[in-house]
Design a protein around this ligand. Sequence first.
Ligand code: UN1
Length: 505
Amino acid sequence: MTQTVNFSEQLSLRARALLHSLGAEVPEPGPLLARTPISGGVLLPLAVDAPAEVDAAIGRAATAFESWRAVPAPVRAGLVRRLAQLLVAHQDELAELVTLEAGKIGAEALGEVQEMIDVCEFAIGLSRQLYGATMPSERPGHRLMETWHPLGVVGVISAFNFPVAVWAWNTAIALVCGDTVVWKPSETTPLTALACHTLLRRAAVDMGADPAVHQLIQGDATVGSALVDDGRVALVSATGSVRMGATVAPRVAARFGRCLLELGGNNAAIVAPSADLDLAVRGIVFAAAGTAGQRCTSLRRLIAHRSIADQLVERLAAAYGQLSVGNPLDDGVLVGPLINERAFAAMQKALAGSVAEGGDIICGGERVETLGPDAYYVRPALVRMPAQTELVREETFAPILYVLTYDELDEAIALNNGVTQGLSSSIFTLDQREAEQFLAGSDCGIANVNIGTSGAEIGGAFGGEKNTGGGRESGSDSWKAYMRRATNTVNYSTELPLAQGIHFG
Ligand code: UN1
């Protein structure tokens, strides 16, 4: 026990040192406890923002918008460029803080910060490409075109599992689009949020931009609620559970605000008879067990052709047996902790339920007690299911991979689509006809061939259909959600011809 206390104290000291080197002041203490899932101990107690402070933060962002919107987009990109430089300079420190607070292994935490740098670069290029179309007018001497304009204050609500990258997807793009941002991070990861906020403020000071373009508000769901209901927030971009989205969306809609939702995933991969099984096993293990199954793109359902299912399960069980589970700060560890006890309880409940539904736990699921009573390390679980039961259709945010079998591809695609979520999907096959049938048939926002469901690049639009919420973030033309479109008709003739050939008077 003493050892655990000492270890948690060491982690807390490390968190303070990292905040310091990232330029952030140790926050005022308060009731919000930043914890580390590595030991389950407290890193720092933080103050939460009272309603009046949230109101003031939104007010500052709304005021800053009035001048920020007038700064030319390529000039606005200067702020994002400086942020990217600071992220490059502080990549290791910020990644380590992600490891401390979210429990990600080093390589994945560094990858997450890399994703931030990537999206900043994307946004910088985008700042010169916020294109509007020009259409032929039906009237002589007229020009018909559309122009894109800054939208307003964007409220960003983010989750614990990508505590910094999802903020960067939203913020880098919102800023070049001329919007200002109010960020409500997960209450589980307030320190990484503080670090990002500090870096962005420093970037603003360095570039002579108004630091008020970004506001950070910390606290629980009541803080997020204020953001959702505030008429000054033009767009609420929220990442989290389907349940959260179901409360946010109607409230934002009731005030005619805009929503960008990135909610749950219950992602499947089909493994066809022709699949390269070596490649499939590697792809599946990373997608299902990587990040301890805590990505919204994590692989949760494996749909294997009956002819290869036994062999595949056997190889996966062997690979799962090789996974080192433990302290994500240690080299060689591939699976870090679950975020908290609630996640562990949900995993155990799902495993028990799957057995009740006729499932067979091939391996994993058990807690590996290493670093303290409040730290939840588990071995990733592989469960064969007789059918796509009720439980399989639910998302459990933990490393459980349910294995189903199929005979015909149509049936596999129907299983892939047979859940309420529609985020990511993939097929392992060397048969082009099958690959194309899958790409045309999957109803998800992401459909891959010969790679797993997770680990998307920022260049594509990220998001999903059905209960996943329909939003698209990061690359491609996702920027359009952060701007408002105006259609403009300009008459440069001396006549006044009316559209549709109408004669008036
Ligand atoms: C998430 O889990 O919320 O595609 C985002 C991926 C990452 C992003 C995941 N680039 O797995």
